[in-house]
Write a protein that binds this ligand. Structure first.
Ligand SMILES: [Mg+2]
Length: 421
């Protein structure tokens, strides 16, 4: 009985986002540079270095994540460039996580510098969500020497929006009383998972704000955006009840996958290859933003125009989170299993067999040991900033309709969250 009451209770969810994380860690290491424009780049010997992060003065100079170093230097003459030190970022990230875990064991990482916390059960011990948020921010400032922005709400989506609004160095609460005033006027693309293509689809229908998504008809949204439309409708109305996953639950996630159907029939291997790359790209991106490590198994499934289904799985040559490696494996599996009795109508790629917990330094390759992975990390960042369409593989660009697909918006995603099952 008590358990039932507990689950019915309104949740208290925090989303904590470390401000300019890489740049803040570098500033902290070099107190003399405080206040001067600074960017964090890939390895210094890499002459085509890309800006991975910038501090506030560099941002004011107009420097953007993803700028090539020479562009950045043009914008700002006295720019200081420092090489990325990913093992240090990982160490700091773990120390911050330990601070979160003083308040709750329900901590779910979203990338290296963001976490969701479910503090519903801790509120009796530690006070309100805002009180906990300020306690966490103070602890991070005092013990780590960097700042965090925290959003407080009753669901993960609004908590994340809250930290975006709060940024930098503040906390904001989004309540059932104020969300219409605070959240609804925001642009649609501020909602988590609304990428560039989804944004464009919505704006073509006169939907520009989160409030307009909330006011739209759920069935129309579903018609326009597929299953994804329903989720956006729920998110915009504060009806997201995705749980904050604990570490052990993250470990139990069996696979991450994406699929596309009802697009148009694919008639040859070249077209299949392009779609496999696109799917593998988004699977790898989700894998990298998860704490699951690498995957050692790839699954491919296809439906043909007569609705016959084909599926095959196989091991990758080595555990991977690299899109090209996942795609190569998926494509060779496809060639083995698909008899080409009809064109391909639906195609899916997923990965499983995660190395989570088996390797201590899953961010090693971020430090530059694996260049292909590093490039993809940067691609993730660019996409997060500019939408999925900003970078695409050459093979995908051959097919303009395919290139305009927003995989994040179109893929079949499980309601449980950004992890598949
Ligand atoms: Mg951040």
């Amino acid at each position: 009985m008590e358990k039932m009451q507990k689950t019915a209770k309104t949740r208290v969810i925090l989303h904590s986002d470390l401000d300019n994380f890489y740049a803040s860690v570098e500033e902290k290491k070099r107190p003399g540079l405080k206040g001067r424009p600074l960017v964090v780049c890939g390895n210094k010997e890499d002459r085509h270095g890309v800006v991975l992060a910038k501090n506030a003065p560099a941002k004011r100079a107009g420097i953007k994540t993803g700028d090539v170093l020479w562009q950045a230097k043009k914008k700002c003459k006295n720019l200081i460039e420092v090489p990325a030190d990913f093992s240090e970022y990982l160490r700091v990230s773990k120390r911050v996580r330990a601070i979160y875990e003083r308040y709750t064991d329900r901590v779910e990482a979203f990338g290296i510098d963001e976490c969701w916390l479910d503090v519903t059960a801790s509120a009796r011990l530690f006070g309100s969500g805002m009180h906990i948020a300020e306690g966490i921010r103070a602890a991070i400032a005092a013990e780590i020497g960097i700042t965090a922005s925290v959003g407080v709400s009753w669901n993960k989506i609004f908590a994340k929006l809250g930290s975006d609004i709060a940024k930098p160095d503040a906390a904001v609460e989004i309540t059932p009383e104020n969300f219409r005033q605070t959240v609804w006027p925001l642009p649609a693309e501020n909602l988590l998972y609304v990428g560039k293509a989804t944004k464009e689809k919505l704006s073509r229908r006169g939907i520009f704000t989160i409030g307009q998504i909330a006011a739209a008809s759920e069935s129309l949204l579903e018609k326009w955006l597929g299953k994804w439309g329903t989720y956006l409708y729920l998110f915009a109305n504060g009806l997201d009840n995705t749980p904050v996953y604990k570490r052990e639950e993250e470990q139990n996630i069996k696979s991450i996958g994406n699929s596309l159907t009802n697009y148009r029939d694919l008639k040859n291997e070249e077209e299949v290859r392009a779609l496999v790359l696109l799917l593998a790209d988004s699977v790898a991106a989700r894998l990298r933003e998860s704490p699951l490590g690498r995957a050692n198994t790839v699954h491919v499934f296809a439906t043909d125009a007569q609705l016959y289904r084909y599926a095959k799985q196989g091991r990758t040559p080595r555990p991977t989170k690299n899109a090209a490696e996942i795609a190569d494996c998926a494509f060779s599996l496809f060639r083995k299993v698909y008899p080409w009795k009809a064109a391909v109508r639906g195609l899916g790629v997923s990965v499983s067999g995660f190395t989570y917990g088996q390797e201590q330094t899953s961010f090693d390759d971020l430090a530059g040991k694996n260049k292909a992975d590093r490039v993809e990390e940067t691609v993730d960042k660019l996409r997060a900033k500019y939408g999925h369409g900003v970078i695409q593989r050459a093979v995908i660009l051959k097919d303009r309709r395919l290139a305009s697909l927003d995989v994040k918006g179109e893929h079949v995603i499980h309601p449980e969250g950004y992890f598949g099952k």
